[in-house]
Write a protein that binds this ligand. Structure first.
Ligand SMILES: Cc1ncc(C[n+]2csc(CCOP(=O)(O)OP(=O)(O)O)c2C)c(N)n1
Ligand SMILES: [Mg+2]
Length: 186
């Protein structure tokens, strides 16, 4: 499955949940497919989408909160997996698009081919951790995690394929913050 197909499958499954996006193509692909007020786009600050998602999840315990992450981002901030497991927000769903490369900066290899990130998450203490590598498996896996207690981890294995022509997020960081905060205010 191509990375783009994973987004095409995943984005239509979203309701009004806050979604905190890792930087680079993760943001750009999601933004290009469907911009949402409840999308928080990291512009830089690699590795920290999961920390922000944890904070949002702890503040909004009655609402599912999604982190849309990349393998390189997770590897950069692996300690956050332990923090999420220790805080154990039932409402956090951590989705990782794993293409085994730092695609946004030129497809340099990451080490997620050798380190199964869903097993790291499970060992750290996430309540559930699933791995899928077929497009048709995304929907049932995501819905299962959205309908049960977390913290949950969904690793989606994909082939690198993002198109450098995919647009960039056009909102300023201030706009992203303001509309995201407005969307989660109630
Ligand atoms: C601290 C820091 N280091 C490096 C970068 C440059 N950078 C931006 S996106 C990215 C790759 C992210 O990799 P991954 O999470 O696997 O997402 P992919 O690009 O593969 O979709 C890198 C290295 C950055 N923005 N911040
Ligand atoms: Mg990657």
């Amino acid at each position: 499955m191509k990375g783009t197909e994973a987004f095409q499958e995943l984005i239509p499954l979203l309701g009004n949940e806050p979604v905190v996006h890792a930087n680079g193509y993760i943001c750009r692909e999601s933004f290009s497919l469907k911009d949402r007020e409840a999308n928080f786009y990291m512009i830089g600050s690699m590795g920290l989408a999961s920390s922000i998602g944890l904070g949002v999840a702890l503040c909004k315990p009655e609402q599912k909160v999604i982190v849309l992450d990349g393998d390189g981002n997770v590897l950069m901030a692996m300690g956050t997996l332990a923090m999420i497991a220790a805080e154990a927000p039932k409402n956090l769903v951590h989705v990782v698009i794993d293409n085994e490369v730092y695609e946004s900066t030129g497809k340099q290899r990451s080490i997620s081919n050798a380190v199964p990130l869903e097993q790291v998450a499970k060992s750290a203490g996430y309540r559930q951790a699933l791995r899928v590598d077929k497009r048709e498996d995304i929907k049932p896996a995501f819905e299962k995690l959205m309908n049960s207690d977390g913290p949950s981890f969904l690793l989606i294995k994909v082939d690198p394929c993002f198109d450098p022509k995919t647009g960039r997020v056009t909102h300023t960081p201030e706009e992203i913050t303001a509309r995201f905060m407005n969307s989660i205010r109630h």
